[in-house]
Design a protein around this ligand. Structure first.
Ligand code: A3P
Length: 288
């Protein structure tokens, strides 16, 4: 136990998330039509939600059942599995959710039911370079007025003492299931949005006009819409517009020292050794 969080099966969560994950494992059997968007916090979750909603809305085979999806408000139309269904104030019964159901989750793969791997549901995992993930998280801490130095926050991130942490293990679990899980990086999306969106749509079995989706879900468009709408508040207490900060790759250079970057590189080497996963996945398409 550390402050508000508890270490459970190797990951740090608030107690209610752990309870929710146990309920999900016990009661949730995904339908083949379910779509689960999984991520570590600050890796591009909101962007992936918006893109997925937009893809579903525009795709011909699914358009009738997804016509109400409002891609401009991704937090409302793509609920968090752990919060909406088994959270403190469950607002939906799992059996009442219409098809296709799209969920988002920060739970590690090992916290989800085994049937996620076998039911035919589609899981997309988005991840991001740990340095930029940390910097994004650090800015969120600041917005909440958390009084902690960047060095201390960084050390906690490296130790895994962050919501859903440790980062490296979270990514590794989904990486190891990548024959069944679609693995997307924030950097892929930034460097090559059309190609990445085309891959996502193909994975979902949707026919779409890629350019339209990319434009609809651009950083500026999502940020401005969120600003115009104003007051929406996410379950975590974060105002919707806080999910759109800078939206770039490499902001870590403005915050971390080379030594800190080296620490992250060493950790990735240590924790991902032998898995085929390394930090190069984050500059693959940027260098294409
Ligand atoms: P920064 O803080 O680096 O700007 P999450 O949704 O997982 O909380 O991730 C939030 C991060 O994704 C923030 O990163 C945010 O700015 C960025 N983001 C959100 N929408 C985006 C978009 N359409 N394009 C690029 N980045 C986006």
């Amino acid at each position: 136990v550390d402050g508000q969080r508890i270490r459970y099966k190797g990951f740090w969560f608030k107690l209610e998330f752990i309870t929710a994950s146990e309920a999900i494992r016990a009661h949730y059997t995904p339908l083949p039509s379910d779509i689960i968007l999984a991520s570590f916090p600050k890796t591009g979750t909101t962007w992936l939600k918006a893109l997925t909603s937009s893809i579903l809305r525009h795709s011909s085979p699914l358009s009738s059942s997804s016509k109400d999806l409002d891609y401009l408000n991704p937090h409302e139309i793509v609920p968090f599995l752990e919060i909406e269904i088994f959270g403190e104030n469950p607002s939906k019964d799992i059996t009442e959710i219409s098809c296709p159901s799209v969920f988002s989750t920060h739970l590690p793969l090992s916290f989800l039911p085994e049937t996620v791997k076998t039911s035919g549901c589609r899981v997309i995992y988005i991840t991001r370079h740990p340095a930029d993930t940390f910097v994004s998280l650090w800015h969120l801490y600041n917005k909440f007025g958390t009084e902690i130095s960047i060095r201390q926050a960084f050390d906690e991130f490296c130790k895994g003492l962050v919501p859903a942490g440790p980062y490296f293990e979270h990514v590794l679990e989904f990486w190891e299931a990548r024959d069944r899980v679609m693995f997307v990086t924030y950097e892929d999306l930034k460097a090559n949005p059309e190609e990445t969106v085309r891959r996502i749509a193909e994975f979902l079995g949707c026919k779409i006009i890629v350019e339209k989706i990319v434009k609809e879900c651009s950083f500026e468009k999502l940020k401005n819409t969120s600003k115009e709408r104003g007051e929406g508040v996410h379950w975590s207490g974060t105002k919707y517009d806080m999910f759109f900060r800078k939206g770039v790759v490499g902001d870590w250079k403005n915050h971390l020292t080379q030594e800190m970057m080296k620490e992250l590189e060493d950790l990735a080497d240590l924790k991902w050794r032998g898995s085929g996963l390394d930090l190069n996945i984050f500059n693959r398409s940027a260098s294409q």
